[in-house]
Design a protein around this ligand. Structure first.
Ligand code: SF4
Ligand code: SF4
Length: 238
């Protein structure tokens, strides 16, 4: 058995026997990209529509990229089960707002089994047909923050069962936090970004807020006074 094969079977036992496929159930895709909003917080409904388009396009990019390495290839994912979107490093210059959007997509892989192992894993099929960017591919050489870093594999390499349990608890806790804190549509994800942006402007750049709260609230089905494009009852009227 060559070194690569040995490594693979070693990681198979860590991933399947000790971990149970935390990184595949669900599998999280994270894409970070810059977003610019001109004109302060005016025209929020068209900005929201752009956000939805951008989030959907990135989810689709993942769906198209994650295919098996066999011929013909098979797709791992359909559409995201949950979304988490964060607007980071928000800044303003005049009426231009810039931010870094971190879009997280939870996908259910078509090949993850009930016991959270991989049904196309090479130790089962004897052939490597997973995409190289899949889970179950942590490497001991990778450092934290680098591609291939897995705290569970590192715990297995450097410590005993207690360290593995500790690393698993951290990963499981973060996986459920992301899942429970997520939303189910790209539209809801875009709403979150708009809310983030409004909250930031209210605090750091109040002059960019489009409208002031009226003395008398609008009707429940009327557009919200803040310019979000949503009905008052679904926005500030909640
Ligand atoms: S790479 Fe890490 S998180 Fe993924 S299955 Fe293996 S041990 Fe678990
Ligand atoms: S193909 Fe296997 S390793 Fe890749 S995401 Fe699916 S279950 Fe995980």
């Amino acid at each position: 058995m060559d070194t690569v094969a040995k490594d693979r079977s070693y990681f198979s036992s860590v991933c399947v026997e000790k971990c149970g496929g935390v990184c595949c159930d669900p599998w999280w895709g994270i894409i970070s990209y810059p977003v610019v909003k001109q004109g302060g917080l005016s025209s929020l409904s068209s900005f929201r529509a752009e956000l939805v388009k951008g989030i959907r396009a990135r989810a689709q990019r993942i769906v198209e990229a994650y295919i098996t390495s066999e011929e013909p290839p098979r797709a791992l994912f359909a559409s995201p089960e949950r979304y988490n979107v964060l607007a980071r490093d928000i800044r303003s210059s005049g009426t231009t707002l810039t931010m870094n959007l971190v879009a997280m997509f939870a996908f259910r892989c078509a090949f993850v089994t009930k016991d959270r192992s991989c049904s196309i894993h090479p130790s089962i099929l004897g052939a490597e047909i997973r995409p190289p960017h899949c889970g179950f591919l942590g490497t001991p050489e990778a450092s934290p923050g680098q591609k291939g870093y897995c705290r569970i594999i590192h715990a297995a390499l450097t410590g005993g069962q207690a360290e593995i349990e500790k690393a698993l608890a951290v990963e499981n806790e973060s996986a459920s936090r992301n899942l429970e804190g997520g939303v189910t549509t790209a539209e809801e994800a875009a709403d979150r970004v708009v809310e983030n942006l409004k909250a930031w402007c209210e605090r750091h750049a109040p002059s960019l807020m489009p409208l002031q709260r009226p003395s008398a609230p609008p009707g429940r089905n009327d557009p919200c006074w803040c310019g979000s494009g949503q009905k008052f009852k679904k926005c500030h009227g909640k």
